[in-house]
Design a protein around this ligand. Sequence first.
Ligand code: ATP
Ligand code: MG
Length: 584
Amino acid sequence: MENHSSYKRVFLFFKQFLIKPYSRQFYTSTFLSAISSAVWLYNAYALASIVNFVVAYKPNQSLTPLYTIFIIWFVVICVRHITLFLSRYIGMSTSERAGKDAEVFSIEHLSLLDISWHEKENTGNKLKKIDRASQNIIDGMRLWLGSIIDIIVSVVGSFIIIAHFDANLSGLLAVYLVVYFGIARFTRVRATKAKQIVNIKDEEITGLFFEIISNIKTVKVLGMAKKILGYTKEGVIDYAQKAKKRVYWYQVAGMLRGLWEGFGRIALFIFVIWNIFKGHYEVSFLVLFYGYFSTLTNSIGNFSDVAQEVATYNANIVRLTEMLDEPINIESEKNKVEFPTVWQFITMKNLSFMYGDVPVLQNIDLQIKKGEKVGIVGLSGAGKSTLFKLLLKEYENYDGEILIGETSLKTIKKSSYTKHMAAVLQETEVFNMSLKQNVVLANSNEIDNETLFEQALDIAHVRDFLPKLKDGVETKIGEKGVKLSGGERQRLGIARAVFKQPEILFLDEATSHLDIESEQKIQDSLKKFFKNVTAVVIAHRLSTVKEMDRIIVIEDGKIIEEGTFDELYSKDGRFRDFWDKQKI
Ligand SMILES: Nc1ncnc2c1ncn2[C@@H]1O[C@H](COP(=O)(O)OP(=O)(O)OP(=O)(O)O)[C@@H](O)[C@H]1O
Ligand SMILES: [Mg+2]
């Protein structure tokens, strides 16, 4: 954890979001902060000079040196507070901006990662990582301006001033500091490790909370709350134990540092006083030393806290950057080509796919002609949606080939491909925005195309339920579309696909929640609109695919039958079997 490469990663993180994009603000605030710390070193010097003056004062002596000290002190106070204000004002407002930049960047990156990656991590975890690391940019800046610069300037400044008066003393001071930092490091490593363990546990628990809230309906309907909360309670007990260890190390760190600080202070003071007795130092040196020693110990006290915090940021940021460093396999668009302008067939050649080591698709050979409408049927779990995932470029670690014309799908840029196809998936995901935004966001080129929007509403028969919505198409449809029924949500999904005007259309159970009559209406209008579109349609309800040019039957990841409805019906095979059962 405490290794150089991870600190380097953290530095690069700050550089990427803060130092580079906002270099002017960063350096200005750093410079102002250094000035404010440097002038503050004058305090102890002023005090020692005053003592010196007072001790040596003789009646009728000129007071000018004393006045000079006070005037300089006055100026110092003004400079100190004005530069402090400016540096924090500039620095902190910039860091707020940089923190948000980092969040946006992270979300953008996550949106490009493979679905297979997303399936490994739960949403709560991802959000917490992003949230923590970007908050750390803000905290990191506060620390940099509020403490780190001050520590550097004070330690270096005090040390130089003391060394200027007495080299021996500065030697002792150096030993004192080295031991101090040694203790601090020893405890910091342990405290950080303990804290890291607690954070991981914390993420796990938050992840579970998130799942409960986001699946609240299922949790309530099925009465799962008690059992699931039971899991979180176990997690909390574990969390508390781990937190205890973290608290222990934090407190031990404070105690050891405090002890050493106290012992060191006494020893150094004995040394100074002893030297005063021997006539090596003047009395005012005690004041000077006291002043700078206090500055020094305050600063290094802060330093330990800062190092502790930095180590924590380090851990948080590394955890985010692990995510950010996750390569974007599918989306690494370099060397990839545009969607072909001319193509005649989508060809799947000997296509096989496994989830882990479980084979789900086996040796699929299928050629779909441009403009053809193909229906896919099969039992639940047969691999239909998985086939779509491959066709949608969600997974690319399959054997065999998918070709659009002569071009392998793997080599086509995802951004280019998505422009030409649309999909309505088994679960229509909707955003908590207006119904209209949910539709038009699918096609950024046509976002203001009212005619197309109206047409999409007509074809998907969204109009049938518009009167029920308070603000018509401007109605916000709620997180996960909770204000819509299952069938209404599906119609919205279809409207979105229509609005995209795709060349290729994938429908996975896109009308399954609709009654037969509504489905028929949508099928009819879709047929007209998508005359030239190549469509692949998965359906359990066989009437949905009856009119397709061709029907494919998949079982256990293999194609077992294909043909038109009439062919398959008369063949008396698996399809006929399904059909007869659904007719009962
Ligand atoms: N992300 C995944 N990781 C591992 N296994 C998966 C994953 N998604 C699906 N599977 C498994 O792959 C098999 C095929 O699933 P798929 O979703 O393709 O079935 P389907 O034919 O679409 O079924 P349905 O008609 O119920 O939608 C199933 O056994 C399923 O459990
Ligand atoms: Mg499916």
